[in-house]
Write a protein of this length. Structure first.
Length: 254
């Protein structure tokens, strides 16, 4: 009788873990981070009892990415900081080779996105890590993309003066290389206050004809424009006034 009861309890708890995991994944896919966090809180307690059922590494990676998200949105508390410290201490980072790939990836993202002059690495994030995000972690990171692109843009504009090609900027900020990616990237640059020009040296288009040609090329109704044409444009850094005001409505850029 006792053995049967024990088996029933174990099966019930295992089923509970699977239900929370399933619900957490659905919440991530739906963009509901509050609901995801409630599931994650319960899962953390269940995993502490040794009931990972094979998915604990996946959700540890989500926790690390979620903590990065909280820090960028300035909603991190002392409790969260303590939780991060305890989690990192439990991972035995001195032997990272023994960690699951998803956890190693999440830790690499955390290192790349530390906002200091020395360690903030937008190139590594956009050109290597973001596209390689395993499981559903990208649903968390996607919410940071406009903000990270803005910070990366600030550094690029400072480093590449007096001029830069649009194509290089868009590649560094993780936009696609096709026409849709080029249009999306230029829309982002313009929202951020960047002045785009057709001149090779990055100088503004001065003649009325040049301005009309540029306007026609950048028009979303232009069906003859190519990705190469758009990426071949330059940035007029002299007249660009970069502002992060657009980030308050950045959901439209996700």
């Amino acid at each position: 009788m006792f053995v049967n009861l024990f088996v029933v309890v174990v099966l019930f708890v295992v089923f509970t873990v699977q239900v929370y995991e399933f619900h957490a994944r659905v919440a991530l896919q739906s963009g509901d981070l509050n609901e995801y966090n409630q599931c994650q809180t319960q899962l953390k307690q269940l995993y502490a009892q040794g009931l990972g059922v094979g998915s604990e590494a996946e959700f540890i990676a989500y926790r690390i990415l979620y903590y990065v998200y909280l820090q960028y949105n300035k909603t991190s508390s002392q409790t969260v900081s303590n939780d991060v410290s305890a989690l990192l201490a439990s991972l035995k980072l001195s032997d990272a080779s023994g960690l699951a790939p998803a956890i190693r990836h999440a830790l690499a993202v955390r290192r790349a996105l530390t906002l200091t002059n020395a360690t903030f690495n937008y190139h590594r994030f956009f050109c290597q890590l973001y596209a390689a995000t395993p499981n559903l972690g990208r649903h968390i990171l996607a919410r940071l993309v406009p903000q990270l692109r803005y910070y990366g843009l600030l550094r690029l504009m400072k480093a590449l003066r007096p001029s830069a090609k649009v194509g290089y900027i868009l590649t560094e900020l993780g936009f696609g290389s096709d026409l849709e990616g080029a249009r999306e990237g230029i829309a982002f640059l313009q929202c951020a206050g960047v002045q785009v020009t057709a001149a090779e040296d990055g100088l503004p288009s001065v003649s009325a004809k040049e301005r009309r040609q540029l306007t026609r090329l950048l028009s979303p109704d232009n069906t003859t424009a190519t990705a190469e044409q758009l990426q071949g444009l330059s940035i007029n850094m002299k007249d660009s006034a970069i502002s992060g005001d657009f980030l308050v409505s950045s959901e439209k850029l996700l």
